[in-house]
Design a protein around this ligand. Structure first.
Ligand SMILES: Nc1nc2c(ncn2[C@@H]2O[C@H](COP(=O)(O)OP(=O)(O)O)[C@@H](O)[C@H]2O)c(=O)[nH]1
Ligand SMILES: [Mg+2]
Length: 199
């Protein structure tokens, strides 16, 4: 995929504020700090279309970006960060469920996992919602530069078992080395064109 144009459209918390559903959409989900923004920036080949940081933000917004005037990328609020206020945490579930269940142009959700961690309860919750809504998940396991080849294979097997998919269904990726980039794009293109993913 050659990205010629990528622009921020708007932020929203509720459906009345979402942009119209005219273009096919791919959303990105994952725990805070997992590397979600970094993945999106590498995919669109922009240094900072999406803000990255070490300290997760407190506001929980759904951010919409238009890519090549052809489809939309959505940066969903990160979850699982201990320091986020409880009131903000409580909004996450309903906001996610509303978005996932109502967004008719949503073709797939990229769930980003850290190669070094066991998937969390929220990761599993997200997968369950996706399966329940019939939305194809695409699992990207990121930060793989942090591990040796051997360790990667071991961790990928652990993660795959935990979430109930085949190791081959996982896309291993690194925003640092851009390893796995073509594989991720290939699967996103399939989702955009055919709505295919692993369920
Ligand atoms: N080594 C390494 N660091 C990464 C990678 N992806 C993200 N990071 C770092 O992880 C931190 C959180 O990344 P960010 O994209 O802001 O995560 P987000 O909260 O999920 O959007 C930042 O310091 C990034 O530089 C990766 O593939 N490899
Ligand atoms: Mg982010």
């Amino acid at each position: 995929m050659i990205v010629k144009h990528a622009e921020f459209i708007k932020s929203a918390t509720r459906p009345t504020h979402y942009p119209e559903e005219s273009l096919p959409e791919i959303a990105f989900a994952g725990r805070s700090n997992v590397g979600k923004s970094s993945l999106i920036n590498v995919l669109v080949n922009r240094k900072s279309l999406v803000r990255t940081s070490n300290t997760p933000g407190r506001t929980q917004l759904i951010n919409f970006f238009r890519i090549n005037d052809a489809f939309t990328f959505v940066d969903l609020p990160g979850y699982g960060f201990a320091k986020v206020p409880l009131a903000v945490k409580k909004e996450w579930g309903p906001m996610m469920q509303t978005y996932l269940s109502r967004r008719s142009n949503l073709r797939g959700v990229v769930l980003i996992l850290d190669i070094r961690r066991i998937p969390s309860e929220e990761d599993l919750q997200m997968l369950q919602w996706l399966r329940a809504c019939g939305i194809p998940p695409l699992i990207v396991v990121t930060k793989c530069d942090k591990l040796s080849r051997n360790q990667r294979a071991k961790q990928a097997a652990v993660i795959a078992r935990q979430i109930g998919v085949e190791t081959g269904d996982l896309c291993l990726f690194s925003a640092l080395t851009r390893e796995g980039l073509d594989g991720v794009w290939g699967r996103i293109e399939l989702l955009l064109h055919e709505g295919q993913g692993i369920v």
